[in-house]
Design a protein around this ligand. Structure first.
Ligand code: ATP
Ligand code: MG
Length: 463
């Protein structure tokens, strides 16, 4: 493959154009990065005034699960790249558009596989051969009952296609299997009767390995994993993320920050959470030694590289460009024990936990995504500092044009930045912004980001 040699002028003949399918906060940063290179940006979402449309040249409001609607927009706009930003897109329409010659990022097959838990698990565990939780597939309630007995309790039941915790249940015993199946059927995207049952992994930390598929200096597609991002989930989605995963001090060969990790599939649980299924890592408060950190990182890189490579494999070699977010669980292991990793799933686009790279890397995950999909060289990515991100959530729903209070108090904290998304309306726990912080240690960055986020969150004014 050849690098792109030139870029056009937006809104005029010869413009280089991207079409973002989904115009949320990740799309907004992707749009900004594309704008910096003079790329014309068109956004599509199911509602008016989504964040990325504020920084785009044009916006369409359509239902992206409607293949016809999607195709008329794409054929009219004729973008150089179709960039999916969310999962809820008609993937058969994307396959058709790719057949017509459009470039779907990273490629239409990868988009289809990654939104399907069964296809993805087969690809990762059986073809790429990476470690995952133990799993089985079931196609009826009867089969599911058997699978749950086989995997053992507690286990997780997830719909074949769904996201954001919908259609997923933690099953603690026989009596919950029926409820889990009903929920998976009701909340799934599409009409599949199939579910996946997974063993519950008692991990110490969840990690996202952002992995780039880009044109390498030799002209072949290169798959490059970046410094891992650690994260913690609370209700709903990610709550805190940080990079690097461990801040190893070269002088002592131990992490500067005592470890702080939490586990448990919290948002998939009943409310209140089931006892014992929300845990603190046994490593909490302890420092990680450099040797263990190195082994973990190598295992994470190997896992991410294998999954992304397998996703892009075709008879003619690797095909596809862009960044991926590989979600991987890590068990750090006890004294004298080897750490273990378990691949969970992968997003074929920037990952919400990766927003921390806006302050930690010399190029953010969105900047890298744009560069990769435009076919530009990426010779190196540097992590410049320890940093963290913390979400700012709405606490009141149904409020139009909320006002963000506390901004000057939050920004008085050194090293803090805010990203306020500008979503037009709230719902409870909707992510309205993030606080970002840099510092000398991970824990200092995490605590600054948390303080800033809580100040703004607490001072939000709802109309
Ligand atoms: N097998 C497992 N063992 C332990 N925890 C799990 C397991 N599977 C999922 N979880 C927890 O539940 C979270 C969500 O799971 P998963 O990523 O599969 O679902 P999702 O609906 O795609 O969520 P999202 O869209 O928010 O990523 C994981 O990030 C993890 O915290
Ligand atoms: Mg996930």
């Amino acid at each position: 493959m050849r690098f792109r040699e030139e870029l056009g002028t937006p809104l005029l003949e010869g413009a280089t154009k991207i079409l973002l399918l989904g115009a949320g906060e990740l799309g907004k940063e992707i749009a900004i990065e594309a704008q910096r290179l003079g790329v014309e940006v068109v956004t599509v979402d199911r509602y008016d005034m989504p964040p990325a449309s504020h920084v785009a040249h044009r916006h369409y409001t359509i239902n992206m699960l409607d293949g016809k609607a999607l195709k008329v927009v794409v054929r009219r706009e004729k973008p150089d790249a179709i960039v999916p930003e969310i999962e809820a897109i008609n993937t058969d329409a994307l396959l058709e558009l790719e057949e017509e010659g459009f470039f779907v990022v990273p490629n239409a097959r990868a988009v289809k596989i990654t939104m399907d838990r069964i296809l993805l698990r087969k690809l990762a565990a059986e073809e790429a051969g990476v470690p995952t939780s133990r799993y089985m597939f079931a196609e009826s309630l009867e089969e599911l009952k058997e699978c749950c007995e086989n995997i053992g309790y507690p286990c997780l039941v997830k719909a074949q296609m769904s996201s954001g915790g919908l259609g997923s249940t933690v099953v603690t015993g026989k009596n919950m299997v029926e409820l889990a199946y009903e929920r998976a059927m009701k909340e799934a995207r599409g009409f599949s009767k199939r579910v996946i049952v997974e063993e519950l992994v008692n991990f110490d930390v969840e990690v996202t390995v952002l992995t780039l598929a880009h044109i390498g200096l030799d002209g072949d597609i290169a798959v490059t994993p970046l410094e891992p991002v650690g994260h913690v989930r609370s209700t709903g989605h990610y709550h805190v993320s940080w990079q690097p995963l461990f801040d190893i001090d070269p002088d002592t060969n131990y992490s500067k920050s005592p470890f702080e990790g939490y586990g448990g599939p919290m948002h998939l649980m009943e409310d209140p959470p089931i006892n014992g299924l929300r845990w603190r890592s046994s490593w909490n408060g302890k420092r990680i030694d450099g040797e263990r950190a190195k082994i973990v990182k190598e295992m994470l890189f190997e896992t991410a590289r294998r999954v992304v490579t397998k996703l892009l494999e075709t008879k003619e070699g690797l095909k596809g460009l862009g960044i991926f977010g590989c979600e991987i669980f890590v068990k750090l292991g006890g004294e004298g024990e080897r750490p273990r990793v378990f691949f969970n799933e992968v997003s074929p686009r920037p990952h919400d936990t990766g927003m921390v790279t806006l302050v930690t890397q010399d190029q953010s995950e969105m900047a890298l995504h744009v560069r990769a999909i435009l076919g530009l060289p990426i010779p190196e990515v540097k992590v410049l500092t320890c940093g963290a991100s913390h979400v700012i959530l709405a606490k009141v729903g149904g409020s139009w044009s909320p006002r963000y209070g506390g901004v000057s108090e939050a920004l008085k904290i050194p090293g803090v930045q805010l990203r306020l998304f500008g979503k037009p309306v709230t719902y409870v726990d909707r992510r309205m912004g993030i606080a970002l912080a840099i510092a000398n240690t991970i824990n200092e960055a995490r605590s600054k980001a948390m303080r800033a986020a809580h100040i703004v969150e607490g001072a939000m004014k709802y109309g």
